[in-house]
Design a protein around this ligand. Sequence first.
Ligand code: SAH
Length: 244
Amino acid sequence: MTGTLTIAGLGPGDQALVTPEVSVALAAATDIVGYAPYVARVQAREGLTLHPSDNRMELQRAGDALRLASEGRRVVMVSSGDPGVFAMASAVFEAFEAAPQWQGLAIRVLPGVTAMLAAAARAGAPLGHDFCAINLSDNLKPWPTIEKRLRLAAEADFAIAMYNPRSASRPEGFGRALSVLKEAGCGERLVIFAHAITTPEERIETVMLHQVRPEMADMRTLIIVGNSATRRVGRWVYAPRHAR
Ligand code: SAH
C-alpha cells in the first residue's frame, strides 16, 4: 500500500493561517475529501480530484477517504480550523478502528488554527487562564450531558469556548445553555461573540452574560464565556493569570 491519508486543518478562514505544512500536503495531494464548503477552499488544479460531500456524512466520508488511500491515492481530508477539534479526525479513527483491512495505511494528522484560538487572539487573551471547550450540538450527545458539563464548568470557574452554538435545526439549545449558566451564577461574566473570524464577514462583540440574546449566535459564531475574573482593558478582554 503506497497511498496516504492526511487529515489536515485549514484554519479559521484566512489563507495566511493555513500552515506551511498543510500547504505542502495540499500541493502533493491527488484527492481532496471533505465537507463541501471546506473542499471549496482548496484551489483546483490538474491532477487533483475534489470529493465534496454533505454535512453529517462523516463516517461515510471517512470510509471513502480510507478506501481511496488504500487504492494508492494521496488523499487529504480537510476540516476547518483544527481537524481534531469537533471535526473529521475522530471520524476517520472510528472508521479505521472498524476496518482491519486498513490497519497498514499511512495516516497523518496535521494541526490547524482552531476557531477558539483565532477568536481569543482577536479579543485579547480570554483563554489565558484555565478553560474548556464544548460543542453545543446535540447531534451526537444527549442534551442533559451538555447541561451537566456547562454547570460543572461554571462551578469550576473555567472560561468556556462554545462551538456550534446555534443552527436552523437546533434554534433552542443556545438559549437553554444561557439559562444553565445564569442559574449557575454567571450573569455578570463577559461573553465574547466572534463571528466568521479572519474572513471578510468578521464581527466581534463582547457583552455581559445577562445581556445576551440567543439571536446573537449562529453557526459561524464561536463564543467565549469568560471566567469570574475575566476583565476589559480598553478594547481588549483578558483573563488574569492568577486564580482566586
Ligand atoms: N474544526 C473546527 C471546528 C468545527 S465545528 C475548528 O477547529 O475550528 C464548527 C464551529 O466552529 C462553528 O459552528 C463555529 O462555532 C466554529 N467556527 C469555525 N470557524 C469559525 C470562524 N472563522 N469564526 C467563528 N467561529 C468559527
